[in-house]
Design a protein. Structure first.
Length: 270
């Protein structure tokens, strides 16, 4: 089972008996559930992460439901049966406010997320805050993208704006480096400057639901290479010593804080 293999992997990592740990056992078990990731070809780290989180969520939810069932058949049908440690740590919620431009009626559509995919609004240099501003910028829906307004009874132009209504304990940002340009997909090599501390999400949050959403960087996944080939590495901050470490296959090295800021960042964990 993937969750058991993942648990063994975490145990081996934190025991500290080896210079490095190979995740081959977890990869083998996980690949049976998701054959796409069993091949030795390059896959997308963001897609892999989402599948891992979903797989662990399902496994932990089943265990929790079984424990609740043993305790009480009635309790097993409670509202909390759909949650797990994964949702408690990583799941947030957005609300998309849709405003009809004719009657000005506002409707809200909630949507859960575990990873926020952020557009990169520059080809050379920008900040993570620039990416967030771009993501949360109001968008106008016209022509084929019109909404059907219940109050008007017809399709109408509208604006839509996302707001964070529940911020997760750990928020993951995916920088959309692979983009379409002139009918060709290419990788953006934009340097995205991201803060190590005091990332404030309150400008993008509903004040009614959440205040003081301030985060610190704890890990980075890097991608070097191009569309069809490349190499993934990771930077992780030790939770106790606060030192940063680079994970590059069998090489695990302590690095300076300044080395954590890189133009190859692909996933950011806060």
């Amino acid at each position: 089972e993937s969750a058991t293999a993942f648990g063994c992997l975490m145990s081996d990592m934190w025991l500290g008996e080896f210079d490095y740990i190979s995740p081959e056992a977890f990869h083998s078990v996980f690949g049976k559930r998701y054959p796409t990731f069993s091949r030795r070809t390059q896959q997308d780290a963001q897609e892999f992460l989402i599948c891992v989180l979903d797989e662990l969520h399902q496994a932990f939810r089943e265990v929790r439901a079984e424990l609740r069932h043993r305790a009480s058949a009635e309790a097993s049908r409670g509202s909390g049966s759909g949650t797990s440690i994964i949702t408690q740590l990583f799941e947030g919620q957005l609300s998309y406010g849709i405003t009809c431009l004719k009657c000005k009626t506002i409707t809200n559509r909630p949507e859960s997320f575990t990873v926020l995919s952020l557009p990169i609004p520059s080809s050379r240099l920008c900040s993570l805050e620039d990416c967030l501003e771009c993501f949360f910028q109001p968008d106008t829906l016209t022509r084929n993208n019109q909404i059907h307004c219940y109050w008007c009874g017809t399709n109408q132009d509208a604006t839509v704006k996302a707001t964070i209504t529940r911020a997760p304990q750990i928020i993951i940002f995916h920088l959309k480096r692979f983009a379409w340009q002139d009918k060709h997909r290419r990788k953006l090599s934009t340097t995205v400057c991201y803060p190590f501390n005091n990332l404030d999400l309150s400008p993008y949050s509903s004040t009614f639901f959440y205040n003081n959403a301030v985060y610190s960087l704890c890990a980075v996944v890097n991608h070097t290479g191009d569309i069809d080939y490349g190499h993934y590495t990771a930077f992780c901050k030790h939770s106790t010593t606060k030192h940063w470490y680079s994970f590059d296959d069998v090489q695990v090295n302590k690095i300076s804080d300044s080395a954590v800021q890189t133009d190859t960042a692909y996933l950011l964990f806060y």
